[in-house]
Design a protein around this ligand. Structure first.
Ligand code: RRO
Length: 318
């Protein structure tokens, strides 16, 4: 009886918190961000079971890649700086992990979409990888890693190249295409508009912010790569502003990411214009994927609002 009651409560919660993003149904507006706990099928399923609305894989490329030398991550008072360097097994080795994730996440009720984050150096590479990972429910194009020469932000700071990649993906791939944007540009809206014009179904904002830390005893940069990308609480206000600006000019959904660790952060991001949010650094504690949705649920109930009414609310308040 207890179980039945719990299931009923879960269904009601998912009805209240459910969102549809680019045709994918999510039981709640949280997702596991790319790069954290997304390297194996088993860990993606574990996060899905913890309550997230969708999971995104670690970014996958054309060839196996070891990544940058250690140290590849440093913890600061206000977050983390990483320079992992896109370590991944290559798409052909990752395909079996994606299948494990799809089977496990698809068996859950409600089922949890699995999104593959992919990176490449050219439109052709993106398409080849996506064709090799075709069980994914959607693709998130990583054109925004801040420390990967020839990939990531080297690609995503050029609106023309972003447009070419999106057009190639839309021509050959028949599931939604999301584009993850870098904040390390003068005008994120310009790149967002290029993605939209070329047929992107959604944008995700933001990837990490270029950053560096130096050990004052030795004078050495701490990271093996010398610099990296900042994530965690310090970048939330940067992400909020990027999402706010994108919402003013774009018609496609915006998925907010950057420094979200509490339901209050998620609500703020949604009020800036995000239809859903991704959680990365804070996902080390996977309970965050039950705390954040239930906090959002209590908030909208108290305010007597529907979830869709909080999206972009800050724009309607002047
Ligand atoms: O692997 C990384 O170093 C990495 C990636 Br792919 C990314 O998109 N953003 C980031 O901060 N690190």
């Amino acid at each position: 009886m207890q179980d039945k009651d719990n299931k009923k409560a879960d269904v009601q919660a998912s009805e209240k918190l459910g969102v549809t993003i680019t045709g994918l149904k999510l039981a709640n507006p949280t997702m596991l961000a790319a790069g954290v706990l997304g390297s194996s099928g088993a860990s993606l399923v574990r996060v899905a079971k913890a309550g997230t609305g969708a999971v995104i894989t670690k970014s996958i490329g054309i060839e196996p890649k070891e990544g940058h030398h250690n140290p590849s991550m440093v913890e600061l008072e206000c977050g983390y700086i990483n320079a992992m360097g896109l370590p991944n097994p290559g798409y052909s080795n990752f395909a079996k992990e994606l299948q494990v994730a799809k089977n496990g996440c698809g068996a859950l009720i409600p089922s949890v979409p699995v999104i593959a984050s992919i990176f490449g150096a050219s439109p052709e590479e993106f398409v080849t990888i996506a064709e090799g990972l075709k069980v994914a429910d959607a693709f998130e194009l990583n054109v925004s890693c801040p420390h990967a020469s020839g990939f990531g932000a080297s690609v995503g700071t050029d609106p023309v190249l972003v447009g070419e990649i999106v057009r190639a993906m839309k021509k050959h791939i028949h599931v939604p295409v999301w584009v993850k944007l870098t904040p390390n540009v003068t005008d994120i809206v310009e790149v967002g508009l290029a993605a939209q014009k070329s047929g992107a179904d959604a944008v995700c904002a933001i990837n990490t912010v270029r950053a560096m830390a130096i050990d004052i005893e030795t004078g050495y940069p701490i990271l093996g790569n010398r610099f990296g990308g900042m994530s965690g609480p310090a970048i939330k206000p940067v992400a909020i502003k990027c999402v706010y600006d994108l919402y003013q000019y774009l018609d496609i959904p915006i998925i907010g990411v950057g420094g979200i660790s509490t339901w209050r952060d998620a609500v703020e991001m949604m009020m800036a214009g995000a239809s859903a949010v991704q959680i990365g650094s804070a996902a080390a504690d996977i309970e965050v994927f039950s705390r954040v949705p239930s906090g959002i649920g209590n908030f909208i109930e108290k305010k007597n609002m529907r979830i869709s009414e909080i999206v972009g609310l800050a724009h309607r308040m002047g």
